[in-house]
Design a protein around this ligand. Structure first.
Ligand SMILES: Cc1cc2nc3c(=O)[nH]c(=O)nc-3n(C[C@H](O)[C@H](O)[C@H](O)COP(=O)(O)OP(=O)(O)OC[C@H]3O[C@@H](n4cnc5c(N)ncnc54)[C@H](O)[C@@H]3O)c2cc1C
Length: 393
């Protein structure tokens, strides 16, 4: 059994670590100030452009994109290290292109869509969103009601007309296109009746109703699809078979989330380890107190466990194995673990831990949302248990 990362993947992880330390960490003070002043802890346009240029020059774009559209085609094990390093900072930045929709498109695009959507996406020229959740269907997307109906199109072809409502959609306002899930066969539902559509920004009938501020500086959007006409060739993948590539997309994000969580927990642990020996109460440093020692020991143990589980899951995925249960395990375990480790760091720092001048409060709020999106913890635990209990029946 080999527990070492391949040399080139370790070097890549080190490179991303340097990028985070030198480029993203120095922006954290400004990000926190913006969070306090405006509730939007983001980068300015200039900062974003500069970070884009630097990360591109460092060769950090398209890491897991296919080579034929300009990517490096790295396996998932390599991406775990990349995302662990990216998770250490609260400066919000995604190395283009964002992997989940990339993976979904890689599994589904035809030649025309490859040219029109995938290639510009890999080049970092476009931003995408995914529209799955609805007011009545979140944790259980099979309950979605948005309908897509076939209508005669121009040139004797066929178009689709979508009607319904989506909610909690990240980036919906700025995205150049939103992959929108809809029912194309009501009888079959999630088993052969859900399809994916590429809907461009500004398409008539694709109405972004409102921005919904979330905790941690995130924002989502509510969308009304009102007779939204989509050209036939923008059906992504096979009609009715949208659920499996959508799950592939969700799985990619869940492994990323586990990796980010490990990075965040590691940062919080490093902060405790640095601070606890310096702060004295009742004549002794905090590091001499068993309560804090237990937090340190438990955090180190659980980070180690989460890291091993995440690499194991990524490796199995790279081997083409079915990792649905492992993905649920790591998504639930790593996000909950990191939330608790960050909470213990906040407690260790006392009043300083309650300020918005340390990265801990933003990390905590982000992890709080991560315990919900891409499947709440309870649903992932249910998946694991159902798999075990079901197999005993
Ligand atoms: C910051 C953020 C960003 C998001 N971005 C997107 C996006 O870009 N695109 C998109 O489509 N969606 C997005 N979502 C939506 C997200 O995926 C859903 O919120 C999530 O799947 C839960 O759905 P829900 O909110 O409807 O909760 P519900 O489905 O109502 O569930 C509520 C709670 O019930 C419990 N529960 C539900 N089912 C079970 C079960 N089987 N067993 C035990 N307990 C259960 C859980 O505790 C759960 O938290 C985002 C959400 C957030 C918070």
């Amino acid at each position: 059994m080999q527990f070492e990362l391949a040399e080139e993947h370790r070097m890549l992880k080190d490179l991303v670590r340097r990028f985070v330390d030198q480029e993203l960490m120095p922006l954290e003070t400004a990000v926190m100030r913006r969070d306090v002043d405006t509730g939007r802890p983001g980068l300015s346009h200039e900062e974003h452009a500069r970070i884009d240029r630097v990360s591109r020059e460092m060769g950090l774009w398209g890491l897991d994109a296919p080579e034929d559209v300009g990517g490096v085609d790295l396996p998932m094990v390599a991406m775990v290290g990349v995302n662990e390093e990216m998770g250490r900072t609260i400066t919000p930045y995604t190395l283009p292109p964002d992997s989940p929709n990339l993976r979904m498109m890689m599994a589904t695009v035809n030649e025309r869509q490859r040219e029109a959507y995938l290639a510009p996406y890999v080049r970092g020229e476009t931003i995408s969103a995914i529209g799955i959740s609805e007011p009545g269907a979140g944790a259980d997307p099979a309950g979605m009601l948005t309908r897509a109906e076939r209508v005669p199109g121009k040139d004797g072809g066929e178009d689709w007309v979508l009607n319904g409502r989506k909610i909690w959609i990240s980036r919906a306002e700025e995205a150049d296109f939103t992959i929108t899930m809809a029912i194309t066969d009501k009888e079959k539902g999630a088993r052969g009746g859900v399809s994916a559509f590429l809907i461009d920004k500004g398409t008539p009938g694709f109405n972004v109703l409102r921005r919904i501020p979330m905790i941690g500086g995130a924002a989502t959007y509510e969308i009304a699809l009102e007779d939204c006409r989509v050209e036939g060739w923008k059906l992504l993948g096979t009609e009715g078979q949208g659920f499996a590539p959508m799950q592939l997309r969700l799985g990619t994000r869940r492994i990323e989330m586990a990796s980010w969580s490990i990075g965040m927990a590691q940062r919080a642990l490093d902060m405790i380890v640095e601070y606890a020996p310096q702060r004295k109460t009742f004549g002794l440093p905090l590091s001499e107190r068993q309560a804090i020692q237990f937090w340190v020991a438990d955090a180190a143990t659980r980070i180690h466990a989460a890291r091993l589980m995440t690499y194991d899951c990524a490796w199995k995925l790279d081997q083409g194995r079915d990792v649905r249960v492992e993905i649920s395990m790591i998504k639930a375990y790593a996000t909950e673990m990191a939330y608790e480790v960050v909470d213990h760091a906040m407690q260790t720092f006392g009043a300083m831990g309650m300020t918005r001048e340390l990265p801990l409060s933003l990390m905590s709020a982000r992890l709080r949302t991560m315990r919900i999106y891409d499947g709440p913890t309870e649903v992932h635990k249910w998946v694991v248990a159902r798999n075990l209990l079901g197999s005993k029946r």
